[in-house]
Design a protein around this ligand. Structure first.
Ligand code: GDP
Length: 171
């Protein structure tokens, strides 16, 4: 069965997005940052699985928590026979952070295909959007040419386009 995975920094808006896209409610552990969640699989109409990868980039995380995260991810990527696509979430308001770049480099190294979802689009003024998109694209262009989906889980902007793309992998 096909798997589509979602990755990104903690707080980037992953659970809001999965909820908006597929009505998935993710139990959060935000009161306890650094506690690595496990990898969760959600069955979509028996056509495939959405894979919720644990967030990264908490500021005050112990070495052992970081290792736990890396072990979980490595384990998953090692046995990724059904993984069709990773959607990497990046906050649309900010330049990609060091951890995002590391994630991109890792995915590239492992030859895992991925696309980029830019979250919290509603937080950008309409006249800032094109500029910010181009800024992010130019930052990431040295790593490759990617497909970008600017979305807002709050207003629903861009959600339809992203969902259409995801559904292609679940047939
Ligand atoms: P996660 O840690 O990646 O799962 O992030 P969450 O989905 O829990 O979102 C983190 C915070 O960002 C929460 O306060 C959300 O309400 C907020 N948030 C998520 N998506 C959006 C969005 O599209 N627009 C706005 N304005 N806020 C968002």
């Amino acid at each position: 069965n096909a798997e589509i995975a979602f990755a990104g920094r903690s707080n980037v808006g992953k659970s809001s997005l999965l909820n908006k896209l597929f009505g998935i409610k993710i139990a959060k552990i935000s009161s306890n940052p650094g506690k690595t969640r496990s990898i969760n699989f959600y069955n979509v109409d028996n056509k495939g699985y959405l894979v919720d990868l644990p967030g990264y980039g908490f500021a005050n995380v112990s070495k052992s928590e970081k290792k736990k995260w890396a072990d979980l991810m490595e384990d998953y990527f090692k046995n990724r026979y059904s993984l069709q696509m990773v959607f990497l979430l990046i906050d649309h308001r900010h330049e990609p952070q060091k951890k995002d770049i590391e994630m991109i480099q890792w995915l590239k190294e492992l030859e895992i295909p991925f696309m980029i979802v830019l979250t919290k689009l509603d937080k950008l003024k309409k006249n800032e959007r094109v500029k910010q998109l181009n800024l992010i694209k130019s930052h990431l262009s040295k790593y490759g040419d990617y497909i970008y989906f600017p979305v807002s889980s709050k207003t629903g902007e861009g959600i339809g386009q992203l969902k259409n793309e995801i559904i292609k992998f679940l047939k």
